[in-house]
Write a protein that binds this ligand. Sequence first.
Ligand SMILES: Cc1cc2nc3c(=O)[nH]c(=O)nc-3n(C[C@H](O)[C@H](O)[C@H](O)COP(=O)(O)OP(=O)(O)OC[C@H]3O[C@@H](n4cnc5c(N)ncnc54)[C@H](O)[C@@H]3O)c2cc1C
Length: 465
Amino acid sequence: MIARRKLLLGGAGALALGVGSCSTRRWWLSREPAAPPPVDPQGRALWVNWSGLEHAYPARRLAPASEAELAAALPQAPAPVRPVGSGHSFTALVPTDGTLLSLDRIAGLVSHDARANTATVRAGTRLSALGELLAGVGQEMPNLPDINKQTLAGALSTGTHGTGKGIKALHGEVTALRLVLPDGKIAECSRDQRPELFHAARVGLGAFGVLSAVTLQNQPLVRVRKVVKLVDTDWILREWPALAEQHRNAEFLVLPFTGKSALITHDPTFDPVKPRGPDADSSTLMDLKRLRDLFEFTPDLRRRAAQQAMHGLPAEVAVDEGWKLLSNERPDRFKEMEYHLPIERQVEVLREVIRRIETDAKDVFFPIEARIIAPDDAWLSPFYNRESGSIAVHAWYREAHDWMFRLIEPVFREAGGRPHWGKLHSLGAAELGALYPMFSEAQAMRKSVDPAGRMMNPFVRKLFG
Ligand SMILES: Cc1cc2nc3c(=O)[nH]c(=O)nc-3n(C[C@H](O)[C@H](O)[C@H](O)COP(=O)(O)OP(=O)(O)OC[C@H]3O[C@@H](n4cnc5c(N)ncnc54)[C@H](O)[C@@H]3O)c2cc1C
């Protein structure tokens, strides 16, 4: 997000300070959600995901220190066995009252091939640690998501992606996997070895076994120039196809009710390093919230005040290695729905999403995010055989998000969108089967590796049928 403390604090922004958030109605609507008890009546400790939307009281918690330990423990572990990464998925993929399995101790670089630019990495490695490990051997992942707190296994398992014309999601660069199957056997898979399991488990939702190691096709380290600038939303909606072609990585965040968007680009450069400044996204976001609090029922004033405060803001520029710039801190918790649409429908759908929010969801203040992702061939990849334009909507963790399902999801679905597996959606096996050409093959493969359904919690069961 465009990150300027100055953003709404000058000019009309000052109006918003103090007064805005005081109304009783807003206080009531934005109050802290009730926290589940830290321990259940059986004395089991609470697990809660990042957004606070999902929680569970697992009977067992396992954190094996090696693949061999994992393989020995898995067949005996009380079901449902659910692998957990860093708990950053919004959907109920992880909750279990059986076994919660963390790979936090199975992390780090196993080996690398300097000539081929490949690296084999233990699956519990966090993306934040991986950036530095790969840089140490002169490599980087071709792309990264908006944050780097995820584990590699967790990110791959839900089809986590960044943005860029011709650049695949993270799983699109996986060349081999090691998977501990529910019976404790270890499967090595790639395009040549057990290719069907490879195609199913690359985006596997933790339903085909537990990933223990992954081989990645990386690229040599590249220095990039990151530019964040405010533009008119009307302009970017017209120019987006051309902009996506011009930049290595391009995305934009529509700031609803302002007529403005933040365009973020990354391009290779030989410019001298200019490290990124301190992260001010959080204060900008809270400024947008104050504007909403004050002007929710007068959209014209809200737009004019925002535009006055944003007028003349300079672009933000940083130059550094990509792994230091592509991901951000997101200290403010939120809830998110993201669908991946056929690229040719993205702008038209985005226009309708903005229209619906600005007409019927005036309390929204979080940006709407648009990105672009290249096709790949993993069976459960939302990008399976199609170039995609993604659109994501967000709500602050303290505020209602039912509008996403009511107002926005039908638009995504009408356009043939496939939901991000880790973000909010309402689909089950019947709808997913119609969206994924290889869905029944994936269902059959899941059944063959886990006939007793030991890795299925209720949410995963709904997805696979
Ligand atoms: C602030 C924020 C920003 C985000 N930004 C982006 C973004 O830019 N792009 C994007 O695409 N997504 C984004 N996401 C979504 C996020 O990348 C995914 O939900 C991702 O799956 C989270 O990874 P995790 O390590 O937290 O996994 P978890 O959420 O803990 O688990 C996700 C899935 O992985 C499975 N899993 C975990 N470990 C293993 C294993 N070893 N073997 C097999 N299965 C396993 C789990 O069972 C589960 O099904 C964002 C989420 C948040 C909260």
